[in-house]
Design a protein around this ligand. Structure first.
Ligand code: LLP
Length: 439
């Protein structure tokens, strides 16, 4: 994976940095991101589009992993940025990310969030529902500005993925339904709402997708509707077709993602075919990958603590993190691979299960993984944790969130500090009536 290798000491090295050195310097648990790998993936998407000669935009879905440093990388690489909350928006703005390249998503943007986005002058809103359309139109008009919008459509396409992470099907909280007349009514409403300009249509069919047929099916449906909007409804400013994100990555051998090139080739082919048929000018094609940009570039380093051997049943190996830094196994039965970073060359002759430290039986990071005979203080490296790990981390059990480092060219940079115990109580208050005898 990426710049990872096993060095002369038999240690896992990422970005030219020995992970055992990272542990000495920054402690564990630690999220380590291979910066070169992220940049490489981004460039692969761009190159695939360049080949097509079509107008395109790649937006990074920051929900996968959003920090100031990450926003800087996305800006340096010239991508647009998707945000889904005022928190992500604020992070982007604090990182100096150009507002005009920010897209605002979400099925329940609050008035305060819309206000912040309008004030910042973000590039576009992906409007999810009638309530939002009305609210945005009113707030934009009040400010005397016009907000560029895309309408989020639910094309009724089911991606083959875990049901909690598939979003394009009909029975979904997201977007305007295309089966009835809801989507058409949304377009008419958008065209008659002051303060907004309809510039595009959007669909997102799900996440961790390994085939192209879902994208092709969604493009067909949305392109057909695009034609209707232009020809019959007078949507003259329509020029963007956003097909969402969802490109899969290889967590384990069983996963079979396609290359960036293959996904983009299928999408561009579907778009050109549909628009040729409709005899319409090709739209600007937009994708918004999150997981595939950061997922495989992230590795989490843990320290091993206790073990429990139940003869004939299972050996549990506990690490100093778990569902608080990576809730995906508990939430989605997600499967990960791991290795001992400090003994990367040793024979893996023991089958163990890796447990987290939270007080919950479900806090298991990996059921059944082959490792060398594990002992306390070994360093366990879990790979492909870069997406929806840090961004979904919690403080359950008042466990502090780990630090994050970016590594490249033999250099490690701390990009998120480890939370301290003081951080954990920093928002707590004790009402005066409870302080007697204590303070
Ligand atoms: N665009 C929209 C509108 C989305 O809803 C999402 C993800 C993306 C783009 C980016 O999708 P990606 O390329 O990252 O697959 N927490 C779950 C994944 C939730 C995805 C939500 N939407 C997980 O850990 O698997």
């Amino acid at each position: 994976h990426g710049t990872s290798r096993i060095n002369e000491q038999g240690h896992l090295e990422i970005g030219g940095v020995d992970t055992t050195e990272l542990v000495k310097q920054f402690g564990t648990p630690l999220y380590v991101y291979d910066e070169a790998m992220m940049r490489e993936t981004i460039r692969a998407y761009k190159q695939a589009f360049e080949k097509s000669g079509l107008r395109y935009e790649v937006a990074y879905a920051s929900k996968a992993f959003c920090t100031l440093a990450m926003c800087r990388i996305i800006d340096e690489e010239g991508l647009a940025l998707d945000v889904v909350s005022s928190g992500e928006l604020y992070t982007a703005l604090q990182a100096g990310f150009p507002a005009e390249r920010i897209h605002f998503h979400g099925n329940n943007k609050t008035p305060d969030e819309i206000e912040l986005a309008l004030t910042a002058g973000i590039g576009e809103f992906v409007v999810d529902n009638f309530h939002e359309l009305k609210l945005l139109g009113a707030l934009a008009s009040e400010k005397g500005v016009i907000a560029d919008i895309l309408l989020r459509l639910a094309p009724g396409v089911e991606a083959h993925t875990h049901e909690y992470i598939s979003t394009g099907q009909e029975d979904s909280k997201f977007g305007f339904d295309m089966k009835g007349d809801m989507a058409k009514r949304a377009v008419v409403a958008a065209l008659t709402t002051p303060g907004v300009r309809l510039i595009g249509l959007h669909s997102h069919i799900g996440s961790q997708i390994f085939e192209t047929d879902g994208f092709t099916a969604a493009v067909d449906i949305v392109a057909e509707f695009f034609g209707k909007c232009v020809r019959e409804l007078g949507a003259n400013d329509l020029h963007k077709l956003n097909v969402g994100g969802g490109f899969g990555i290889r967590y384990t051998e069983e996963d079979t993602p396609l290359t960036a090139e293959a996904y983009i080739a299928a999408i561009t082919a579907a778009v050109t075919t549909a628009f040729d048929r409709l005899q319409l000018t090709y739209p600007e094609i937009v994708i918004e990958p999150g997981r595939s940009i950061v997922g495989a570039a992230g590795t989490t380093l843990y320290s091993v603590g206790s073990t429990k051997d139940i003869p004939g049943v299972r050996k549990y190996v506990s690490v100093n993190g778990g569902m608080t830094d990576n809730p995906r196994p508990a939430l989605y039965q997600a499967v990960y691979e791991a290795m001992l970073a400090n003994r990367a060359n040793e024979e893996r002759d023991e089958l163990v299960s890796v447990a987290g430290k939270a007080c919950e039986s479900g806090d298991m990071l990996i059921w059944d993984v082959k490792l060398p005979q594990v002992k306390a203080d070994d360093i366990l490296a879990v790979s492909c944790t870069g997406a929806y790990g840090y961004s979904m981390a919690s403080n359950y059990n008042r466990i502090a969130r780990p630090a994050v480092v970016f590594v490249q060219n033999g250099q490690a940079d701390l990009v998120v500090k480890r939370e301290s115990h003081d951080d954990l109580v920093s928002h707590d208050l004790i009402p005066a009536r409870l302080t007697s005898g204590v303070l």
